[in-house]
Design a binder for this molecule. Structure first.
Ligand SMILES: *[C@@H]1O[C@H](CO)[C@@H](O)[C@H](O)[C@H]1NC(C)=O
Ligand SMILES: *[C@@H]1O[C@H](CO)[C@@H](O)[C@H](O)[C@H]1NC(C)=O
Ligand SMILES: *[C@@H]1O[C@H](CO)[C@@H](O)[C@H](O)[C@H]1NC(C)=O
Length: 410
C-alpha cells in the first residue's frame, strides 16, 4: 500500500470512528420525552416523511440504459397497472440517465430532450399521476451525469430541485459521476437542503456507490443510499452487491434504507433460481425493490418472482429491520431478521455448485431454543405440516434459496 493511500485509508477510518462515536454520544445524552423529536429533526436535514418502508417501482437503466423516450415511460406506467404490479406496491416509475439536453436553457434550467421527451417531463408526471403512480427522475452530484449526455446538478441544486418540484417529480436518484473530486459529504447535503426548500416531498436516493460509507451518514441526508457500485446481470455481481450491503444492516431503518442497487430479474443473465435468490435477498435485506426489466413484455416466470406477495410482504414489513447473515459455512449461508408480531424471516442460500443441506438453528436466528414454530415456505406458498423446535433443515439446490417466515406458536 502506498503512503498516500494508507493516509486516506486511516483518515476514512478515523472519520468513521468519529461519526460512530458521535452517534453514540448523542444517543447517550439525548433527553427523553417530546424534546427528543425536536432535537432529532434539527439534526436531520431530510424530514420529508417518506420511505417508512423501502420504495417499490421501476427504473429504466438496467434494461434500457440511455435508449429511453416518453413512449417507453408511458407504456411502462400502463404495464405496471395492467399487470397488477402497481397494486402490489410498485408505484415509482423512475427515469434514469439521458433524459435531458446537454445544455441548460438561457435561465440555467434543465431542458427535457426534445428528440425523446418532446412533451416534457411535467406532461409525463401528469400522465403517471393519473394512473395513481409516481414519477422519479435522475441527476448527478457532479458537472455531468455518468453518460456525459446531460448536465449534473452540482452548483445548480436549488434551481434543479425547484424545477423537479414544479414538474411534479416524486423521487430523485442522485448519481456520483464527474464530481471534480469533491467529497460526497459536501455535495449530497446541498441537494437535500434544496429539496427541502422546494416545497414538494421528493424521495431522495443517494447513488454514492458506497465511496464514503454513506450508511454512516446517509439517514440525515437521503431516504436510501447505495452501498456498492452498479449491479450487472450476473450471479457473481448480484451476490457481491448483497455481501457489501449486508455489512451495514444496522444502519437501515424506516425513513432510510441501504440500497444494493436495482433488480436485474427478467433481464436474462441469470437462471430462474438465481433470480429467485436475487429477489429474496433484496426483500429480506429491506432493499428498494426497483424492477429493472421491460415490464411491457414481461414473462410468466418473471411475474412469478417479482409478484410474489409473501416475499414483498417481508420487504414491506412495518418493523423495518434489515436481515443479516447469521451463519455461514463454506458455500451456504443463513440470513435472518425479525418481522412484526414476533415472526422471523429466514433465507437459506446455497452459493455453491452442488445441492446441500442447510440448517437454521433457533440460537442463530433469535428464537428461544424450545419454541415451536409454524414455517411458511414463501416460494412454495404453503405452511409446512411439521412443527419445528430448535432448528429447521432443508436441501437447497445450487445457486438457489429457500425462504420462510417462522411464526412461534408457544
Ligand atoms: C423539437 O423537435 C421538433 C421536431 O422534431 C422541432 O420541430 C422543434 O422545433 C423542436 N423544438 C425545439 C425547442 O428545439
Ligand atoms: C418481447 O420478448 C420477446 C422474448 O422474450 C422478444 O422476442 C420480443 O422482441 C420482445 N418484444 C419487445 C417489444 O420488446
Ligand atoms: C434439530 O432439532 C432436533 C430436536 O428438535 C434435534 O433432534 C436435531 O438433532 C437437530 N438437528 C440439528 C442439525 O441440529
Amino acid at each position: 500500500m502506498e503512503a498516500s493511500s494508507l493516509n486516506t485509508f486511516s483518515w476514512v477510518l478515523m472519520s468513521v470512528v468519529i461519526v460512530i462515536t458521535g452517534i453514540r454520544a448523542e444517543a447517550a445524552t439525548a433527553p427523553s420525552s417530546s424534546y427528543d423529536d425536536e432535537s432529532s429533526s434539527r439534526r436531520n436535514l431530510l424530514a420529508n416523511g417518506l420511505a417508512s418502508t423501502p420504495p417499490m417501482g421501476w427504473n429504466s437503466w438496467n434494461h434500457f440504459n440511455c435508449m429511453i423516450d416518453e413512449k417507453i415511460i408511458k407504456e411502462t406506467a400502463d404495464a405496471l397497472v395492467s399487470t397488477g404490479l402497481a397494486s402490489m406496491g410498485y408505484k415509482y416509475v423512475n427515469i434514469d440517465d439521458c433524459w435531458a439536453e446537454i445544455s441548460r436553457d438561457e435561465k440555467g434550467a434543465l431542458v427535457p430532450k426534445n428528440s425523446t421527451f418532446p412533451s416534457g417531463i411535467k406532461a409525463l408526471a401528469d400522465y403517471v399521476h393519473t394512473k395513481g403512480l409516481k414519477l422519479g427522475i435522475y441527476s448527478d452530484a457532479g458537472f455531468y451525469t455518468c453518460s456525459k449526455k446531460m448536465p449534473g446538478s452540482l452548483g445548480h441544486e436549488e434551481q434543479d430541485a425547484k424545477t423537479f418540484a414544479l414538474w411534479g417529480i416524486d423521487y430523485l436518484k442522485y448519481d456520483n459521476c464527474n464530481n471534480g473530486g469533491l467529497r460526497p459529504t459536501l455535495r449530497y447535503p446541498v441537494m437535500t437542503r434544496a429539496l427541502m426548500k422546494a416545497g414538494r416531498p421528493i424521495f431522495f436516493s443517494l447513488c454514492e456507490w458506497g465511496d464514503m460509507h454513506p450508511a454512516l451518514w446517509g439517514y440525515t441526508v437521503g431516504n436510501s443510499w447505495r452501498t456498492a457500485n452498479d449491479i450487472s446481470d450476473t450471479w457473481d455481481s448480484m451476490v457481491s452487491r448483497a455481501d457489501q450491503n449486508e455489512v451495514y444492516a444496522d444502519f437501515a431503518r424506516p425513513g432510510g434504507w441501504n440500497d444494493p442497487d436495482m433488480l436485474e430479474v427478467g433481464n436474462g443473465g441469470m437462471t430462474k433460481d438465481e433470480y429467485i435468490a436475487h429477489f429474496s435477498i433484496w426483500a429480506i435485506s429491506k432493499a428498494p425493490l426497483l424492477i429493472g426489466c421491460d415490464v411491457r413484455n414481461i414473462t410468466k416466470d418473471t411475474m412469478e418472482i417479482i409478484a410474489n406477495k409473501e416475499v414483498i410482504a417481508v420487504n414491506q414489513d412495518k418493523l423495518g429491520v434489515q436481515a443479516k447473515k447469521v451463519r455461514m459455512e463454506g458455500d451456504w449461508e443463513v440470513w435472518a431478521g425479525p418481522l412484526s408480531h414476533y415472526r422471523v424471516a429466514v433465507l437459506l442460500l446455497n452459493r455453491g455448485s452442488w445441492p446441500t443441506s442447510i440448517t437454521a438453528h433457533w440460537d442463530d436466528i433469535g428464537i428461544p431454543s424450545d419454541t415451536s414454530v409454524i414455517a411458511r415456505d414463501l416460494w412454495e406458498h404453503k405452511s409446512l405440516e411439521t412443527r419445528f423446535v430448535g432448528n429447521l433443515t432443508a436441501t437447497v439446490d445450487s445457486h438457489a434459496c429457500k425462504m420462510y417466515v417462522l411464526k412461534p406458536i408457544s
